[in-house]
Design a binder for this molecule. Sequence first.
Ligand code: HEC
Length: 297
Amino acid sequence: MISRFPVFFLVLLSTVVFPWLFFLFKGEQQLSVLESASLEQETYLYDRVHDKSYNTPGDYVAAVSATGGDIAKAEVEAASAIKPWEVKNNTRAKARIKLLSLKRNVEGEPVHPVWKGGNILSGKRVYQAQGCFHCHTQQVRQKEFGVDIARGWGQRQSVARDYIYDSPVLLGISRVGPDLANVGTRMDAAALHKHIYRPPHGSNMPAYPFLYKVREIRGASSAKAIHFKEGEFGAPEEGFEVVPKPEAEYMVSYLLNLKQDYELPESRFYLEEDTADSAESGKATVDGNAGAKESHE
Ligand code: HEC
């Protein structure tokens, strides 16, 4: 009996573990050949040798023939150009071949989303540092999943492509405050500054006065100072002004650029009549957002 034990063990391995390993690697393999179709944004042919890019393979061939190059060879090159994700899998062998990115957006439509850097990116870091994502999400749910659309938080649902350049993605997990995926379409810079400097009466949102300087106006007032109306909530004393620090300015340019106001092939705007039916219930549940809803329309 004891001498048979290894045989039993081998049989067990071959029947249970090996197929399992096979499926594991099969899955891995499939993953590595998956074409990242919907995420590719541009269409161009990139020539590594001369560090130039061409809008279409045809443009590349034309450029080669214009400089007296070999057209037939250029055509072969254009046809055999590889996609960037393939380069990742096989860097050394393919690094010298022409690189082709495929456009998967609908023909004739602008390419979205676009990458944003500079102040907007700095602003995102401030947003992260201040932990705004603890209370705010940045994701509009589809109409059937809630009242986001009825509340005026967006014209369409958010999809993966919206976050293609976003790292880390700040989807958020809890909605103590309204969703900010489209805050740039419903609030302007002044309103945002006022909200961050001193959220309205009764708000659950903390104030961030340390991102602003309250200073005495000596001579001319600062061009960047927030304009408060006479006696408005949060307005400084007579003779003083509230000036955003760079951090606040960056964050506001980030917030102003939070807008999914473009259509994607996989997510189109909802039609007016689709959103109208649930609009009333949406308004009733979120009173704090009623003003935003108006300005959005
Ligand atoms: C403790 C939770 C909390 C945190 C943290 C928080 N907020 Fe809020 N926020 C809210 C709540 C609640 C509201 C809705 C009430 C109101 O209008 O103030 C709100 C509203 C807003 C609005 C108005 C949105 C609209 O559609 O009317 C903006 C803009 C905003 N927050 C930005 C920020 C930013 C930027 C930060 C980080 C610096 C932040 N919030 C941090 C809770 C929070």
